[in-house]
Unconditional design. Structure first.
Length: 209
């Protein structure tokens, strides 16, 4: 069992570093070993799996990889404030490990970074008070630089018509990628995740119009 949890850490090492950078995480892991029983993914559309086919969202794939069920509490369009508002959804479970993934929609809506960090801290402290281990995840466009930043930063300033065009183009591109992937012709599988993120962000911008 211990080694299966190590797999989680290895898979998300890059993302966890995001949280360590901002919160100066200590070398010890709070609540390890946890006495809880449930592994839970709590976050926005990336957790929910928006844009992915059934069973191909990252939560389902990770669950398959480690051979353990993961409860998916993702909700498309959520900001960190929305996460704080529904954190009590954890009440019905006994969390052992919580994968926490919020922040993309905060950035898209130009929410101050200080507010995002404050909400993340609230979420982390609440989850840790339940005796669970928190894995704070983050998404960026590249390992050393964020190539998605310049691509998406002006979405909120586009008209509804422009966003609808972007959405149609992104969905068509995703369909083509899936076709290539099903035929073992897609060289960069990571491009699927990036395209799903793009679609989720465009939808969030449309919902704000």
């Amino acid at each position: 069992m211990k080694y299966k949890y190590i797999i989680i850490v290895v898979i998300f090492a890059t993302f966890v570093g995001y949280g360590a950078y901002f919160f100066n995480a200590s070398k010890s892991v709070t609540n390890y070993p946890s006495k809880g029983t449930d592994i839970i993914a709590f976050g926005d559309s990336l957790v929910e799996g928006y844009g992915s086919t059934s069973g191909h969202d990252f939560v389902s794939l990770l669950s398959l990889k480690i051979g353990q069920p993961i409860i998916n509490l993702g909700h498309s369009g959520d900001t960190t404030a929305d996460g704080v508002a529904r954190i009590n959804e954890l009440d019905k479970y006994s969390p052992k490990i919580v994968l926490l993934l919020f922040g993309g929609n905060d950035r898209l809506r130009s929410i101050p970074i200080t507010e995002t960090h404050k909400n993340l801290i609230t979420l982390i402290e609440n989850i840790q008070s339940r005796g669970a281990i928190v894995l704070l995840l983050g998404i960026r466009g590249g390992l050393l630089s964020d190539s998605l930043s310049s691509e998406f930063k002006d979405l909120k300033d586009k008209t509804e018509g422009e966003l609808q065009t972007l959405l149609a183009e992104a969905r068509e591109s995703l369909r083509e990628m899936r076709f290539k992937d099903s035929n073992k012709q897609l060289k960069n599988v990571r491009a699927l995740r990036v395209k799903r993120l793009e679609i989720a962000q465009v939808l969030t911008a449309l919902n704000k119009k």
